[in-house]
Design a protein around this ligand. Structure first.
Ligand code: UD1
Ligand code: CA
Length: 476
């Protein structure tokens, strides 16, 4: 119950500024919809915010491509505020006024600062309350401060801030300042909204800068303080595609570290791509160059070998995925063996200790306990019982050009190599299908079905042919 945990939930709302275009990305897509870690920037910020206040107290300011942005994150349960014209970060907060003026405080986050951790947002909140400040600014000292607003403190070692100065307005002396504004703030709403109309557009971009609130509040005799983030990497913004790529790398490395801390071995983590919502059990080993995406869950004691791409799938424990597999929206039970080069398409359910081998494709197919399909096979829309052996080159013909049909193979049946099973079809328990058969009719339990033409053998045919060839050569 998040409401209960927060002693005074209505004291804090979170406002996320996400209305800007992102001109410097040179992209058609709104900046906050660009992805890192497999999700839009904005989704990461909302996820962090949700761990500090319940979703109904999160207000997202949208404007540029408002409808696409809204659609992308609406399932997260936040409230949207429209900033129809984007006239700066200060203007964004003016637009949110009637939504959030009822809260005692607001935390302001930027939709393009996605690595922010919930613990850090909570630290800003607590520092803000502890200092009884009107405005608290989260700052950082990154290796390269160029492009960011700089926070000018009242004196060295002081918590107090005099002003935030944007890159373009820095004096020569201020250009030496290394402490940047992260774009993350806490405000007491009363002084914020009492002074916000004093913002002007007298600056390089002719916009209302939220950063100017620092000097305005100081002038109004309110307390403005700064809190330095422990890890500057957490507050890096993404203004260009190159910055986006390095945030993506940072996020994935962070995920690898979290997994390694919880007992997952990752060889060469810098080569692995793991989405933030992935869960993996202890003593599982990931070899170099694997991708584990979406909502995938992998149990303990598995080994995922190189060049496998696994998305939105559930894998139990003790599963071996050999190199080069593609596994999408599928389930794999304990002790199964997959690959090399298997393609498990959506709806594949691989049973306990079942084997799916080289160049085998499955789709909407259930493979029972201990069943095997080891080589060069397509199994689509099928239900395959426990212990069934599917020979090399078997094809379920599930599609007749109009509709899809089911193939059912019951427990312990044996399908000889290079069989073509034309669905709808049922092969009964313990039955045999002879190699090279085309099977169009149901096979009863324990029967043998042959669906191939009879072999013709012509004795001595090859020798006669060789003799004839030799004769005609000699005659020339
Ligand atoms: C801003 C800060 C800068 C800080 C940096 C940190 C200002 C004036 N400058 O600069 O001091 O170092 O963030 O990353 O605030 N947005 C709106 N509506 C608007 C304009 C922007 O919602 O009208 C949103 C954007 O979508 C973005 C965020 O506000 O998510 C920040 O805007 P952006 O233009 O990226 O500001 P910066 O130039 O990075
Ligand atoms: Ca920015």
């Amino acid at each position: 119950m998040p409401e209960k945990k927060m002693t005074r939930a209505s004291d804090f709302a979170i406002v996320i500024m996400a209305a800007g275009k992102g001109t410097r990305l040179k992209s058609k897509r709104a900046k906050v919809l660009h992805e890192i870690g497999g999700k839009p920037l904005l989704a990461h910020v909302i996820k962090a915010a949700q761990q500090v206040v319940p979703a109904e107290h999160i207000h997202v300011i949208i404007g540029h491509q408002a409808e696409s942005v809204r659609a992308a994150v609406a399932p997260m349960g936040v409230t949207f505020v429209l900033q129809a014209e984007q006239r700066g970060t200060g203007h964004a907060i003016m637009c949110a006024r009637e939504h959030v003026a009822g809260y005692r405080n607001i935390l302001v986050l930027s939709g393009d600062v996605p690595l922010i951790r919930p613990e850090t947002i909570a630290r800003v909140r607590d520092f803000h309350l502890g200092k009884k400040a009107a405005m608290t600014i989260l700052t950082a000292v990154p290796p390269d401060p160029f492009g960011y607003g700089r926070v000018i403190r009242a004196g060295a070692g002081s918590d107090r801030v005099k002003a935030i100065v944007e890159q373009k307005a820095l004096t020569r002396a201020q250009q030496q300042a290394r402490e940047i504004n992260s774009g993350i703030y806490a405000f007491v709403t009363k002084p914020l909204f009492a002074n916000i109309d004093r913002l002007t557009t007298a600056n390089a971009h002719s916009e209302f800068y939220l950063t100017d609130m620092a000097a305005l509040l100081v002038k109004a005799k309110a307390t403005v303080v700064a809190l330095k983030a422990a890890d500057p990497a957490e507050v890096l913004g993404a203004n260009t595609l190159a910055e986006l790529a390095s945030l993506d790398a940072a996020m994935r490395m962070r995920k690898c570290h979290d997994l390694m801390t919880s007992g997952v071995s990752i060889y060469r983590p810098e080569t692995c791509v793991i989405d933030p919502d992935v869960e993996i059990g202890a003593d599982t080993i990931l070899e170099p160059f694997v991708q584990i995406l979406g909502r995938t869950r992998i149990g303990p004691d598995c080994r995922i070998r190189s060049f496998s791409v696994i998305s939105d799938s559930q894998i139990a424990d003790n599963v071996l995925v050999r190199p080069g597999c593609i596994i999408d929206q599928s389930q794999i039970a304990t002790g199964a063996l997959i690959g090399p080069y298997s393609h498990l398409r959506p709806g594949s359910e691989i049973g306990e200790r079942a084997h799916v081998g080289n160049f085998v494709e499955t789709k909407k197919t259930k493979l029972g306990r201990g069943a095997k399909a080891n080589h060069l096979t397509y199994l689509g829309d099928s239900d395959i019982g426990p212990g069934v052996n599917v020979g090399a080159g078997t094809i379920t013909c599930n599609y007749d050009g109009t509709s899809k049909h089911m193939t059912v193979i019951e427990e312990g049946a044996f399908i000889g190599s290079d069989s073509t099973l034309v669905a709808p079809l049922r092969v009964g328990k313990g039955a045999y299908v002879a190699a090279g058969s085309t099977i169009t009719e149901d096979v009863p339990a324990d029967a043998l079905a042959l669906g191939r033409s009879r072999q013709i053998t012509k004795e001595a045919w090859a020798r006669r042919r060789r003799d004839e060839l030799a004769k005609s050569k000699a005659g020339k």
